[in-house]
Design a protein around this ligand. Structure first.
Ligand code: KG4
Ligand code: ZN
Length: 341
């Protein structure tokens, strides 16, 4: 089966072609530079870019896969959650494509797709669902932070999530306080590399709580007050690196500690992680060290699949269609607030 998938929930326009679980092509047009000027995603600009880019991105994906539109057997798109008008662009285009060609269409939950993205690996990338193991999965992005118990393939239960800011948001907002460009996560990652993570002691909210929830706004506030009282620290590059390393260490410490604790409590043997913040090298390193210590297998989404992309949407859609899930939802509506349960 040849499947065409779309993703347009936030500021990436993406199309991918999947054949029986294998990613033949995945093209992503990122709008990060466009929104950087405003310090965050501007929905109206995002929508305009999606409309402009969807067709060229789709043509590029089909060309890279070496297939024509007429050969597509099924279509999928992100149905939610996300920015309403942004979701609308990809979903309605996908439904129209499927309807016009009388092909099955399936709407996909964006976080459901992140959840299974760590199982996509290799070159060319393909879904290794044959290797699936029950796991605890950490989804960390600019908009979401959650822990999920994936009991069996396509069956999961959310354990907890952030009660305020997401982890990526914490990277971006504390970065902004330090005068870094948006999105600050990758910049902090880079600066922290040469920094001393023990130089400044920032709070690790909820780290000792037995629940699976997260909270990052207190950490952001603590950084704000600290910088208000020590503004000169930002003028020294070496101190900046230490600040970045210390803030990053607080975020990573909370994420890793709570993920490992949940995995131990639930008795799984596998931990997975996905979403934009999973690009963070210290998070990847710390998760690996702690998983090795406790004998857990670790599956991290490939960095190319951590940030938003249609390949993960297509792989999940392909899997669900292979399991004979009903699909011809040509007029299903966007679900901007669709919660993963
Ligand atoms: O998954 P994603 O593309 O978008 C959302 O769905 O939100 O994630 C973007 C987020 C941003 O907050 C960005 O700062 C963060 O992921 N991010 C990182 C790194 N790369 C991206 N955070 C820390 N370290 C990184 N290397
Ligand atoms: Zn995402």
């Amino acid at each position: 089966m040849l499947l065409l998938a779309f993703e347009s929930s936030c500021d990436e326009t993406s199309a991918a072609v999947i054949r029986n679980g294998m990613v033949l092509a995945s093209v992503v047009s990122s709008q990060t530079k466009l929104h950087a000027e405003y310090g965050g995603v501007v929905p109206e600009l995002a929508v305009r870019e999606h409309i402009r880019n969807l067709q060229p991105v789709t043509n590029a994906a089909l060309a890279a896969a070496g297939v024509s539109a007429g050969e597509i057997d099924a279509v999928a798109a992100t149905q939610g959650p996300g920015l309403p008008a942004a979701l609308m662009v990809g979903l309605k285009a996908a439904q129209a494509f499927a309807f016009a060609r009388r092909k099955p269409f399936i709407g996909i939950h964006h976080h459901g797709a992140h959840l299974y993205s760590p199982w996509i690996s290799g070159q060319p990338p393909r879904a290794a669902f044959g290797e699936f193991q029950p796991n605890v999965s950490l989804i960390v992005s600019g908009g979401h932070t959650m822990l999920v118990h994936v009991e069996s393939e396509l069956k999961h239960r959310v354990l907890g999530g952030t009660i305020d800011d997401a982890a990526g948001e914490c990277f971006d907002k504390t970065g902004k306080l330090m005068g870094l460009a948006y999105p600050a996560g990758p910049i902090i990652d880079r600066l922290a590399e040469q920094g001393n993570a023990t130089r400044y002691d920032f709070p690790r909210p909820l780290i000792n709580e037995s629940n699976d929830d997260f909270s990052f706004s207190g950490l952001k506030t603590s950084v704000r007050y600290f910088l208000r009282d020590h503004p000169a620290l930002l003028d020294d590059p070496a101190t900046m690196r230490d600040l970045c390393a210390s803030i990053q260490s607080a975020i990573v410490d909370v994420l890793v500690t709570k993920t490992i604790r949940a995995a131990k409590r639930l008795g799984v043997r596998c931990v997975t992680a996905s979403g934009g913040v999973t690009c963070n090298r210290t998070l990847r390193r710390e998760l690996l060290a702690r998983c090795q210590k406790h004998g857990f297998q670790l599956r991290l989404a490939d960095p190319s699949l951590c940030t938003d992309n249609a390949a993960m949407i297509g792989v999940l859609a392909d899997r669900r269609l292979a399991q004979a899930e009903f699909a011809n939802d040509y007029d299903g509506e966007i679900q901007p607030g669709w919660a993963l349960v």
